[in-house]
Design a protein. Structure first.
Length: 101
């Protein structure tokens, strides 16, 4: 449970950036870290849920969820620096293309 709550906060911050509600960060940096935060938050939620399931008695399912969560979280950390264009929202791709002109 202790990992799930911070994961939810990170996921909400990332979803605000993905949806375009929170765009002010995008004019001040060349990194797209809020998108990576969304993936890292999802990974933390999955890993934390796996830990709770493992403690509840289903160790195999809990272990698999923890491994998947760690993989998604690692993808989020890397994604803070570079994400494939397919995973970037359209509003952000348009803004970056306009900034290059």
């Amino acid at each position: 449970m202790t990992l799930v709550l911070p994961g939810v906060v990170l996921l909400v911050v990332g979803l605000l950036a993905y949806s375009g509600v929170w765009r002010s960060w995008s004019t001040h940096t060349f990194l797209h870290w809020p998108f990576g935060v969304a993936w890292a938050g999802l990974g933390i939620i999955v890993a934390g849920s796996g830990g709770m399931i493992g403690v509840a008695g289903n160790e195999w399912v809990g272990g698999v969820l923890q491994l998947v969560g760690m993989g998604v979280g690692l993808f989020g950390v890397v994604g803070a620096f570079m994400l494939p264009p397919l995973l970037l929202p359209a509003w952000y791709r348009r803004a970056m293309a306009a900034a290059r002109r």
